[in-house]
Design a protein around this ligand. Structure first.
Ligand SMILES: Nc1ncnc2c1ncn2[C@@H]1O[C@H](COP(=O)(O)OP(=O)(O)OP(=O)(O)O)[C@@H](O)[C@H]1O
Ligand SMILES: C[C@@](O)(CCOP(=O)(O)OP(=O)(O)O)CC(=O)O
Length: 427
């Protein structure tokens, strides 16, 4: 019996700013931002069309990834099946996964119609197994990497000719933020104008190699499944928050030019200040939702205080901003910083938020760190941290990563399915 499979990995992306209008010049990385708030609201919930465009940084798959194997065979029993982290997930009729698979099958059918020798894979059942190497549904963008990996793996299985931007149209319907995980580097999701969503897609605005010094430290405050999913949270905000309307409708031209110049010029100060302001604005509209949504907790706010104090002390002693915090729909902080400042940031977080899990130090940074590279800026005020410090485990672990590449095709040896089409872990 004919059987085919493809294994891929796809990256997480973390939004740093959103824009209500993005125009692009790929040669110069020119993006014009009209206002600054991340993807938080849909104008069409079925097609997943956002109320504004957004921009994110793709994080390295060396540290955070979804790995997905898709396989198809004329010998499989009827019906598609999906396993996530070893547990079977129902593919509900008309649900997001089914919508993605139907769209991919349609494109495969076009391939088969053009080439009569192509295997009739579009008629065969699919078996898909996926594994996230980080917490699922905890506000660390697992739906982004997960749905991007699903779409990319099936597109590889079906040998589809579509570009990553075209594939992003399908990933978007699996989870909005997933469309941005089809690219590495710095990625915009252009909201588009059309009612059918054909122009609501992701484009790469800068390669990873444009600014490889951009690193990120994820402080895992909680890896429990969050109480309010992004999907339901953002719809409650759209329905009830007047602040959201204010932000959508009021353009901030200075901010537009500042962020576009910041990325093109690799200006960390500009990037950091807008990223932090955007994160705070996003959590302000969550609070303005009725009933209010609280994604940040006391530990998240304490991390904000430490980063703000680092930056204040640095500016006061004539330096620039050292770090930028941003929080998705959960309490976990993502701290962006240039590589050279990471030893100081990691040692500061270690001191104030001792973890339960050892820091793996993937860049061997601590071994090379000296007293000078780990020193906090002069004048840093320790009293911003609560007296006695935070108990061990308030931040359970740190994940150090950097800007990364787009989805990768992996070898069949790395496949997650047996030839019978069940996860190897269950066989
Ligand atoms: N590897 C994967 N393959 C397929 N689906 C996945 C995968 N990982 C996550 N998902 C889907 O995404 C859902 C989690 O999405 P949710 O938006 O609630 O959390 P999150 O993406 O981790 O957080 P956020 O988007 O707010 O940062 C899971 O319940 C599952 O349906
Ligand atoms: C806070 C965010 O991470 C929200 C992500 O929302 P999702 O993409 O998970 O929502 P759905 O489209 O309903 O699946 C901001 C962002 O990534 O831009």
């Amino acid at each position: 019996m004919a059987r085919f499979e493809a294994t891929v990995s796809a990256p997480v992306n973390i939004a740093c700013i959103n824009a209500s209008c993005v125009s692009r010049n790929p040669a110069t990385v020119l993006i014009l931002f009209q206002c600054a708030h991340r993807y938080w609201g849909k104008r069409n919930t079925a097609l997943i069309l956002p109320t504004n465009s957004s921009l994110s940084v793709t994080l390295s798959q060396d540290h955070l990834r979804s790995t997905t194997t898709s396989s198809t065979s004329e010998g499989y029993e009827q019906g598609d099946r999906l396993w996530l982290n070893g547990k079977e997930e129902e593919i509900t009729k008309g649900g997001r996964t089914e919508v993605c698979l139907a769209a991919l099958r349609k494109w495969r059918r076009e391939v088969e119609e053009k080439d009569s020798t192509a295997a009739k894979m579009s008629e065969w059942p699919l078996r898909i197994a996926s594994f996230n190497n980080f917490p699922t549904a905890a506000g660390l963008a697992s739906s982004a990497s997960g749905l991007a990996a699903l779409v990319y793996s099936v597109s590889q299985l079906y040998v589809l000719p579509q570009t990553p931007s075209q594939l992003s149209l399908i990933a978007r319907q699996g989870s909005g933020s997933a469309c941005r995980s089809l690219f590495g580097g710095f990625v915009a999701w252009e909201m588009g104008q059309r009612d059918d969503g054909a122009d609501s897609l992701a484009v790469q605005v800068a390669e990873r190699d444009h600014w490889p010094e951009m690193h990120a430290l994820i402080c895992v405050v909680s890896d429990a499944k969050k109480g309010t999913s992004s999907t339901s949270g953002m719809q409650k905000t759209v329905a009830t928050s007047t602040l959201l309307q204010h932000r959508i409708n009021h353009v901030v031209p200075d901010r537009m030019s500042e962020i576009s110049r910041a990325i093109a010029a690799k200006d960390f100060n500009g990037f950091a200040s807008i990223t932090m302001r955007d994160s705070n604005s996003f959590h302000a509209v969550c609070l303005d939702t009725a009933p209010p949504i609280f994604y940040l907790n006391d530990v998240s706010r304490a991390i904000i205080a430490v980063v703000e104090e680092m930056n204040r002390a640095s500016l006061a002693s004539g330096g620039g901003l050292l770090a930028a915090y941003t929080f998705d729909a959960g309490p976990n902080a993502v701290i962006y910083a240039l590589e050279e400042n990471m030893p100081m940031i990691v040692s500061t977080i270690n001191e104030f938020f001792p973890q339960t899990l050892d820091f793996p130090d993937p860049f061997n940074m601590l071994a090379a760190a000296t007293a000078a590279t780990s020193a906090r800026p002069q004048g840093f005020n320790n009293s911003v941290v609560r007296e006695g410090g935070w108990e061990k485990g308030a931040v359970s672990r740190l994940i150090h990563t950097c800007v990364g590449d787009g989805p990768r095709r992996l070898s069949d040896e790395e496949g997650l399915l047996t030839v019978e089409g069940v996860p190897k872990t269950l066989a």
